[in-house]
Ligand binder design. Structure first.
Ligand code: HAS
Ligand code: CU1
Length: 598
């Protein structure tokens, strides 16, 4: 039976190439993750603490940006091609965006990894949330800019395919998978504007020395303007698979096509005007703006809650088709031995927990308790690290045969691998959440302050560290098995019918969806309006407070004692000492400062 690679051999090559880059990034990123987890839990230290931040940056960039987004462009290319049932308009454009993204990735990675070698005058230890005052080598920002422009071109490629298809099918509904791709890309265009402005107008000129200072709060706010929607950019490929592939793997059909469209439209509208929920503790943004971001975030729960309903209903339908019965015992009728099904279903189950910790993050007052603690990495290892990453790995077991014409090398290894990921993540992210509640900080190689004990409500800090270390080891081994299985599949021979690649019609089909849902221009217009409403005043007040170029010099990642003394004395020098007179401790400090100044 002809499958994707037979019908669209050129597109299949691009998808395979995108997956290959994604999986290389996954392997390197996972290794760095293991080294870090063992380091900060003090189980095994093979690097200097100074290098921890270099590895942390590489881990974040390679996994959260490169692995996820390269998988996304591959998946979306497959989805657009198969759902329009036609080749892409110009395969040279397709290879061009792939080439640009890959070159950008290589440049950014070189800039980061160079930080491990003191003899190379280049580093980018700025973490994957790359805002000022931390500064990277210009090559890092230039690489990222190329990567993002590559994704824009990919979107253009898919919109051109849509235009061609529309020309021949003026009255048809947009096929569901293509609808998901196009709406996701609209969200991406709106949201990457923030990071593009930050990188092109501020970070690149600043790192090249063309401007001396930047306004750190401005680059931070522009980053988070993009930094929240990017999490849905990672999530939408997983949703595409949960909506269109998971029900089929479960033995059933999607419950409702119209509801799926509503969900994706809601993401276009609401993903961006919420970014300030990452800045609840930032000074310089009025509480009222934070409150608006919180309210929008709570509305943004809706599409995911609708997804939980629709996808679980579809899976239950599948189970009942397979003879499942009862309120819950239908769960046993599901094809748990199929790695593609089991991986995606486990990813979805963990997302229910990760979504819950997201709701906690989103509450402004509770956020003060968890912000900048290990709770937050706990949250995102359940969301991007499992809902997304595990779905992508599981999806590979179903997609790779269509792209290569080869059967998966070992389904039992695949099953073992997805289960190991789930169990590893249960250990690691649960322990991270608990550690966060004790106040253990994130983004540090040395969480254990001297002469200070974290107090555990239940269990002990040592036990939590062991769980994190053990979980990270399972996760790493799971990636090794995954990469082995994929490489062995690639190396195998072609078979006649590698996989059943059909996707059945939804129970409630697209003909029942209101036509307005397919009006992409309308949703884009409303999305832009909501962004303007949510961001004009906060940005205006940030620029008004400190100017477009602010006043922050570069802040080094590792600081010497001399640097601390210089900066402290400099800051104290700006204080008016007389204004402190009369306050007894202040007098003492003032005396000290006079002493230092002399
Ligand atoms: Fe988040 C921080 C709020 C979702 C990722 N988040 C982060 C960071 C990352 C991240 C990476 O409001 C850290 C950034 C940094 O480095 O500082 N997040 C939320 C909220 C949601 C949410 C409200 N986050 C995500 C997703 C991510 C992600 C998705 C990646 C993919 N997050 C926050 C906030 C912060 C934050 C604050 C800042 C914290 C701070 O202080 O720094 C919501 O979208 C979640 C909604 C989800 C649900 C769950 C629905 C359940 C479903 C399961 C269906 C079941 C199936 C199984 C399919 C309501 C859909 C079926 C199978 C069977 C067998 C039946
Ligand atoms: Cu967010």
């Amino acid at each position: 039976m002809a499958t994707f690679v037979d019908k669209f051999p050129d597109e299949a090559k691009v998808v395979q190439a995108s997956f290959a880059v994604a999986f290389i990034a996954l392997g390197i990123g996972a290794l760095f993750g293991l080294i870090q987890a063992l380091h900060r839990t003090n189980v095994l230290r093979v690097i200097d603490s100074v290098d921890y931040y270099t590895l942390l940056t590489a881990h974040g960039v390679l996994l959260a940006l490169v692995f996820t987004i390269f998988f996304l462009v591959g998946l979306f290319t497959w989805a657009v091609t198969r759902s329009f049932g036609r080749a892409l308009p110009d395969i040279r454009l397709t290879w061009a965006w792939f080439g640009l993204m890959t070159t950008g990735t290589v440049l950014a990675t070189v800039a980061i990894v160079a930080g491990l070698f003191p003899q190379i005058p280049m580093s980018a230890d700025v973490l994957y949330t790359f805002y000022a005052p931390l500064q990277a080598h210009p090559i890092f920002y230039i690489g990222l800019a190329m990567f993002i422009i590559g994704t824009w071109m990919a979107g253009a490629d898919w919109f051109l395919a849509y235009r061609e298809w529309r020309g021949e099918n003026p009255d048809s509904r947009i096929p569901l998978q293509a609808f998901m791709v196009l709406t996701t890309m609209i969200m991406w265009y709106v949201s990457t504007l923030g990071v593009a402005v930050s990188v092109v107008f501020f970070l690149i000129p600043w790192s090249l020395g063309l401007i001396e200072t930047v306004n750190p709060l401005l680059t931070r706010t522009l980053f988070w303007y993009f930094g929240h929607p990017v999490v849905y950019f990672w999530l939408m490929p997983a949703y595409l698979l949960w909506y269109t592939v998971l029900p089929k793997l479960a033995g059933g059909r999607l419950f409702s096509d119209p509801l799926a469209r509503v969900v994706f439209v809601l993401f276009v509208l609401l993903s961006t005007p919420v970014g300030i929920h990452h800045q609840y503790v930032d000074p310089g943004i009025a509480e009222g703006f934070k409150f608006i971001a919180m309210t929008n975030t709570m509305f943004l729960l809706l599409p995911s809650l609708l997804t939980a309903f629709t996808v679980v209903a579809s899976v239950e339908h599948g189970a009942r088709q397979r003879g499942g019965e009862g309120y819950l015992s239908w769960l046993g009728a599901l094809p748990w031995r199929d790695p593609a099904f089991a991986g995606m279903a486990l990813a979805g189950l963990m997302f229910a927990a990760g979504g819950f910790s997201g709701m906690i993050n989103a509450g402004m007052n509770i956020n003060y308790l968890v912000h900048n603690t290990l709770w937050v990495p706990g949250h995102f290892h359940m969301t991007v690290g499992t809902a997304v990453a595990l779905t992508m790995m599981a999806g590979t077991y179903w997609l790779l045969p269509q792209l290569t014409g080869k059967a998966v090398y070992s389904r039992p290894i695949g099953l073992l691998q997805v289960i190991m990921w789930f169990i590893g993540m249960v250990f690691m992210s649960n322990a991270m959440h608990r550690a966060g509640l004790f106040g253990v900080p994130r983004r540090t190689a040395e969480p254990q302050y001297q002469n200070f004990d974290f107090v555990a409500a239940v269990g002990s800090v040592g036990e939590i560290r062991m769980q994190i270390a053990f979980g990270s080891l399972l996760l790493f081994l799971s990636v090794v098995l995954f990469l082995f299985n994929v490489a062995a599949t690639w190396a195998d021979d072609r078979v006649d019918t590698p996989v059943d690649d059909t996707i059945p019609e939804p129970l409630s089909p697209s003909s029942g969806a209101p036509l307005v849902l397919d009006n992409l221009a309308l949703w884009t217009g409303i999305a832009v309006l909501l962004v303007v409403l949510a961001y004009t005043l906060p940005l205006a007040s940030i620029v008004n407070d400190a100017g477009l170029l602010g006043g922050s010099p570069t802040f080094p990642v590792t600081v010497s004692l001399e640097w601390v003394v210089d900066v402290t004395v400099g800051a104290l020098g700006n204080l008016s000492l007389d204004s402190l007179a009369g306050v007894a401790p202040a007098d003492a400090v003032a005396d000290l400062v006079r002493e230092v100044r002399r």
